[in-house]
Design a binder for this molecule. Structure first.
Ligand code: SAH
Length: 466
């Protein structure tokens, strides 16, 4: 089984530094199931290719398995496709042989490790359960150009048709650490098999290697399910945590409630879709300075900071504890100065005028209004539309009509125990229209999440402009 990684970044021989493997010196590594060899078929300034050749020893595999006798199918243990195809063995080899590169680090070229470079990865034989279309659905959303050649089951007997094996090339402009993480996770997903027992720690691995891309991946559910060998409870945990970003801290009531809401909505990963939609509208409108009101643990702030077009991002929340978590999650203390100057967290309340909130291009109020007491809504309305008064306001809230689609939610209850109300689309639109009339804004509405023909989308977003 052969994996090659090529780059045309000049000087391409830097690939040696990125992989921590000298192009002049072929090396071999002993693994529990065989040998991994690393060598460079080509190494010039214009183009360098590193090859990882995996020799899986089928006899060693059987020896390692205590309960292999007596169940029939003995031949199958020795004669199978495992030595010849990319599988979870390849993932293990990647992490053993290219561990530093996989984690996104490089001793001698840290700046290159942090930078997207032109890469092409070629897998000589990749089993794809789900065929070419699933292969494409996995890699294309990550920005790769996919070339796939399907192999016949037996070239001498064309009537037998195609096999599930492909030769696959992925080309893209990516960071090496991301490319290796994508391969690490998605090879066993395509193979839909694992050579070892999948337990709790496999969830941690998936989340660690999926960081930064899995939560927003359109196939994340299939990926989690297959990666975790169809163990439903593990897949549910992984998806819940992807949707909620992190596991809750049990002693914190508020956080437990947030987690309940996240689990309820996790099927849709609504949280991600909400952030994506909000980001897209802000980008389209060219907002550069954004204040996030009721910022919570800073999910939106984190996403905004990844895009340099947002030059200033300020988060405000009434809860000290939440702001501390945000401070931590964003890693503000560890940020380089340049980055730290772009972000600020403020303690404040949406019921009081606050000079610090004025002068921004846009304000976002994401899943906050339903936490406010109805009698105090009037104060909030004036603070937001009259006093803060940004050119653009993005405000989201649950669509109460959609609750009937959450099968685990008892009829008539809210999605979050802390919600004071949840509005139907008509109620939300009527409220927004009153704001426009009173304060001189116009509004349009965008659905977030699956837009059900009957009850609408789970989240409603209002975009107000002056
Ligand atoms: N916008 C975040 C958090 C939503 S939860 C997200 O989408 O993830 C609602 C948040 O509103 C909580 O963090 C809560 O502390 C905050 N909040 C509630 N009442 C507030 C008020 N009066 N002023 C400011 N923030 C408030």
């Amino acid at each position: 089984m052969l994996l090659t990684l090529s780059t045309t970044h000049t000087p391409a021989t830097d690939l040696g530094y990125l992989l921590h493997k000298n192009p002049d010196r072929p090396q071999s590594f002993e693994l529990p199931f065989g040998l991994a060899h690393v060598f460079y078929p080509e190494a010039s300034a214009g183009r360098t290719t590193a090859a990882l050749l995996l020799e899986v020893d089928p006899v060693a595999l059987v020896r390692g398995r205590p309960s292999s006798g007596g169940q029939g199918g003995t031949l199958d243990q020795y004669v199978n496709d495992r030595p010849y195809v990319a599988s979870s063995f390849m993932s293990v080899a990647l992490s053993r042989v290219f561990g530093t590169a996989l984690s996104g680090r490089s001793k001698d070229r840290p700046e290159l490790a942090a930078q997207p470079l032109p890469f092409s990865a070629r897998l000589s034989v990749l089993p794809c359960r789900g065929g070419e279309s699933f292969l494409r659905r996995l890699f294309e959303p990550l920005g790769y150009t996919v070339t796939a050649t399907r192999h016949a089951l037996d070239e001498t007997v064309p009537a037998w048709g195609d096999s599930r094996y492909f030769t696959v090339t992925l080309e893209g402009h990516v960071r090496l650490g991301d490319l290796l993480s994508h391969l690490y996770v998605l090879i066993p997903v395509l193979d839909d098999d694992k050579h070892y027992w999948v337990g709790d720690e496999e969830v941690e691995k998936l989340l660690r290697h999926g960081e930064g891309w899995l939560a927003a991946h359109p196939e994340r559910e299939q990926i989690a399910r297959r990666y975790l060998r169809h163990r439903h409870s593990l897949a549910r945990e992984a998806l819940g945590r992807l949707a909620g970003d992190e596991a809750p801290e049990p002693e914190e009531r508020q956080e437990t409630r947030n987690a309940e809401e996240a689990v309820l909505e996790s099927r849709l990963s609504l949280n991600e879709q909400r952030l994506q939609t909000v980001m897209t509208v802000l980008q389209e409108q060219g907002a550069a300075r954004v204040v996030d009101l009721g910022c919570g643990e800073g999910r939106l702030i984190k996403a905004l900071l990844k895009d340099r077009r947002f030059t200033e991002v300020v988060g405000m929340d009434v809860s000290h504890r939440t702001l501390e978590i945000a401070q931590d999650r964003l890693g503000i203390d560890k940020m380089p100065d340049m980055q730290r100057q772009r972000v600020k967290l403020l303690h404040g309340s949406l019921f009081y005028r606050d000079q610090r909130l004025t002068g921004f291009d846009a304000a976002t109020v994401i899943e906050v209004i339903e936490h406010l007491d109805l009698p105090r809504l009037a104060a909030f309305e004036r603070v937001l539309f009259e006093h803060t008064r940004p050119g653009l306001i993005l405000l989201t809230t649950p669509n109460a009509e959609y609750n009937v689609r959450f099968t685990s939610l008892p009829a008539g209850t809210f999605r979050h125990r802390d919600h004071r109300f949840e509005w139907t689309r008509a109620e939300f639109e009527a409220w927004a229209a009153r704001m426009c009339e009173r304060f001189g804004y116009t509004v349009r509405f965008l659905p977030v999440g699956e837009n059900d023909a009957e009850v609408g989308a789970p989240t409603q977003l209002a975009v107000f402009a002056r």
